[in-house]
Design a protein. Structure first.
Length: 248
């Protein structure tokens, strides 16, 4: 549906649906693209919904070798967000907006943004060699937004491994791998009931389960305002000199 109209999307790509029988039970297997390349070490991983209610990784999750953190962890660890060049940020924002509209039209909610972060400046030499020598065989984050670009600038210099170039508040170079996951959850009776109960007990705007329209709006706002941000533009040297001349 969406891929035929626009190939630039962060939505998962389903390659096949199979049904097998085992022990007298039908087991359905869904095959989809892998968002995080095995050849690239992820220094951080996040599952983001744009919700803050109980959105913190559990103690058990934190004990894992490669834990997946959540929204409150992201806000605490990366309060300034992931900083991107304006062209990349604008392309990503448009893709998120378009994908959210599509999910909303099908009354789909409770999806997440999976974010994998590779820190280039912390990577060892072995990591660098793998990324330089191997073309990634997966659906890349860069390909998912590249259609929005004019064909010039930072998008053309993307790393072979397909990550979106970004920086953290320290100025460290990052490669970001992202994609929308868990899109097979529609807003039906049980979800309506779950939202009503949680909204009664807690702040209704912070819980994860919500109407598709509200969910999409909150998701988009968090991604484009909190998770991903533009690198501030530096004033040009000529502009600085003119300002200095007027001051003198």
């Amino acid at each position: 549906m969406n891929l035929n109209q626009n190939k630039r999307t962060l939505l998962p790509k389903f390659y096949g649906l199979y049904c097998v029988q085992a022990g007298g039970k039908n087991i359905r297997i869904l095959v989809m693209n892998n968002l995080l390349p095995r050849s690239v070490h992820m220094h951080l991983k996040f599952d983001l919904k744009g919700s803050t209610y109980k959105r913190r990784a559990s103690a058990k999750e934190r004990e894992k070798t490669s834990p997946t953190y959540k929204d409150l962890d992201f806000i605490q660890d990366l309060p300034d967000g992931l900083l991107m060049e304006p062209e990349n940020y604008n392309a990503l924002s448009k893709t998120i907006q378009r994908d959210c509209l599509l999910l909303q039209s099908f009354k789909i909610m409770d999806y997440s943004m999976l974010v994998g972060i590779h820190n280039v400046d912390q990577a060892g030499e072995s990591d660098q060699r793998i990324r330089r020598g191997q073309k990634a065989l997966f659906s890349t984050a860069m390909e998912s937004i590249q259609g929005e670009a004019s064909g010039k600038g930072p998008l053309d210099s993307a790393d072979q491994s397909g990550g979106i170039p970004a920086r953290n508040a320290k100025g460290e170079r990052l490669l970001v791998y992202i994609g929308v996951i868990d899109i097979l959850q529609s807003y039906r009776f049980m979800k309506k009931l779950e939202h009503s109960w949680k909204a009664l007990v807690h702040d209704g705007d912070t819980v994860s389960v919500h109407r598709p329209g509200f969910y999409a709006e909150r998701f988009q706002k968090f991604m484009c305002n909190t998770a991903f941000k533009k690198i501030p533009l530096k004033p040009s040297p000529s502009k600085k000199s003119r300002t200095g001349a007027r001051a003198g």
